[in-house]
Design a protein around this ligand. Structure first.
Ligand code: CU
Length: 323
């Protein structure tokens, strides 16, 4: 089976060698996709308006969704910034800037207080950088541009334990974040959190026509993906979702789940829940660790409670299945 990156390279290669990096229109003047009778007939009453790329199947987004295991010691990573077309929905291609070839970039994971040596190579024709949220040496903050062809190693000792975004921090952010330069940094507490099924969900927006406003939205880089390919978790297990909002052009998004409620750990920096609810608001760059269990097998819908986002690709399902 092809990895997600291989799939994306195939998609990108086909676009580059064939029709070129076409940005297909979904202009903002177009109405939000409407669920017509025909649509409902072909998709069922819980259908979704945006289809993911047909080459993607179950597991294709695991690299962005399933975090790497916790590591107790120091970490060294190299990330390459690359420009390439990415099919973010069926037939919809974004002329993307990527960390390591995909949107979002790789999930980084380190234990609080341990060294994260992060080398970033810029293989594009634009300046970029990699800025991490959280506390660290200001000299490694990542706001300075890395020129085309250049590279820089950030020496980070991330703290406190929590969930942080990383992203390119150059202006205009609507482009540098909107075209895909973002990812998740998990900073574990020295004493591990309780064992759980952990998943990362980063909400992004896709401005396909370059008008500064996202026309499509998606979790982990692909619109419509989790509606077609539900996130599967075992019935009864503790599920820990690391949820980040990186939609650059909307003031706020929410994470909402149907048929269940969850504990909210805002930014994941404290060990007691800040709230227990079913809708959590997240401004740009804001994030939360959400913990829940699904005692009954079935499909639990999740989406931002902003209809425009849910209808344009950010609706999905968690499927609780018997282990
Ligand atoms: Cu950038």
């Amino acid at each position: 089976m092809l990895s997600r990156r291989e799939l994306l390279l195939l998609v990108g290669g086909a676009a580059a060698g064939g029709v070129g990096a076409r940005v297909l229109g979904f202009p903002r003047s177009e109405p939000t996709p409407v669920m017509t009778d025909d649509f409902a007939a072909s998709h069922g009453p819980y259908g979704h308006a945006v289809e993911p790329p047909r080459m993607l199947g179950p597991g294709s987004l695991d690299a962005a969704t399933v975090p790497p295991p916790r590591v107790a010691g120091p970490i060294a990573r190299t990330i390459t910034v690359a420009q390439r077309p990415v099919e973010v929905a069926a037939g919809q291609t974004l002329d993307a800037w990527t960390f390591d070839g995909s949107i979002p970039g790789p999930v980084l994971r380190v234990t609080a207080g341990e060294r994260l040596a992060l080398t970033v190579r810029n293989r594009t024709t634009h300046p970029h950088n990699l800025h991490t949220h959280g506390a660290h040496d200001p000299a490694a903050d990542g706001w300075e541009p890395i020129p085309p062809g250049g590279e820089h190693t950030y020496q980070l000792d991330p703290s406190p334990a929590g969930l942080y975004p990383y992203h390119c921090d150059l202006m205009p952010s609507t482009q540098h974040i909107g075209r895909g330069l973002y990812g998740a940094l998990l900073v574990d507490p020295p004493a591990a959190r309780p064992a759980a099924v952990e998943r990362v969900l980063i909400l992004g927006g896709f401005d396909l026509d370059g008008d500064g406003r996202s026309e499509l939205f998606g979790w982990n880089g692909i619109a419509g993906y989790f509606a077609r390919h539900p996130l599967k978790v075992p019935v009864g297990a503790l599920v820990r979702l690391h949820v980040i909002n990186l939609v650059p052009d909307e003031p706020v998004a929410t994470f909402h789940i149907h048929a269940q409620t969850f504990d909210v750990f805002r930014s994941g920096t404290r060990h007691t829940p800040d709230a227990h609810t079913d809708v959590v608001p997240l401004t740009l760059g804001e994030r939360a660790i959400l913990e829940m269990r699904f005692p009954v097998a079935g499909r639990y819908m999740f989406h931002p409670h902003q209809p425009r986002m849910a209808e344009r690709g950010a609706m999905g399902w968690i499927a609780a299945v018997d282990a």
